[in-house]
Design a protein around this ligand. Sequence first.
Ligand code: GTP
Ligand code: MG
Length: 235
Amino acid sequence: MSNEDNKDGLLNKLDLRELYRWEIGDDELRKLEEWKKLPILYQLALDELKNKIKLIQSEWKIHNGYSPIEHIKTRIKEPRSILEKLERKGFELNVDSMVNKIHDIAGMRIVFSFAQDIYSLLEHLRQREDIRILEIKDYIMNPKPNGYQSLHVIVAVPLTLFEGQRWMKVEIQMRTLAMDFWASMEHILFYKYEKQVPPHVIRELTEAAKAADALDKKMHGLRKEIMGAAGAPLP
Ligand code: GTP
Ligand code: MG
């Protein structure tokens, strides 16, 4: 396809110059196309990743007799939140910045029964060629000062498009039921107080996070006693 054809295709689709008689260069039009395409691509990346995780879940169940994952949630960041984040972090407000600087446009939260299984899944993800691990933040081993615990992993998953292969970033947050319970409550309270949480509430929330951690450790101990094995790795 020639450049002219390409340009015509672009104009036919958007028809912006026709419609508004704006002075928009081809470069801007291409950026608009990219802007329109992005949410779809991120959604497709989430769908692909979710399918991979579901397959792992089924295999795990067959192999170990139980499903390690309680539930999976996905979300795409709202354009307004993306722009706010770019602004807050001092990046330029354009599509390139979004793609390169914001790693959590596509987000997945996987909630597990046991903390140990989070690391089994991480180990499995590391070994796969169809998933690239870009960054790991381990707030389970190193909780945040307020007590927040989760394992955050930025991965890239490939999409096969007409234009070729494109790796899309997804932020995966992995946590146990107890960690999720705490994070959900903390989130609600934080917003209820409009981010001005009184010090005694912060202290008590941190105490509650420790209680959630103690619960996870107790369940881990019980599992060890009942199942015998220290872990239940993937086949
Ligand atoms: P941002 O991505 O800009 O928030 O900065 P960051 O990359 O340093 O953040 P981080 O990766 O530590 O956390 C990103 C996400 O984790 C947030 O958007 C929340 O969903 C979750 N998170 C992090 N800290 C907390 C916390 O203290 N409480 C709760 N409820 N969620 C948290
Ligand atoms: Mg982040």
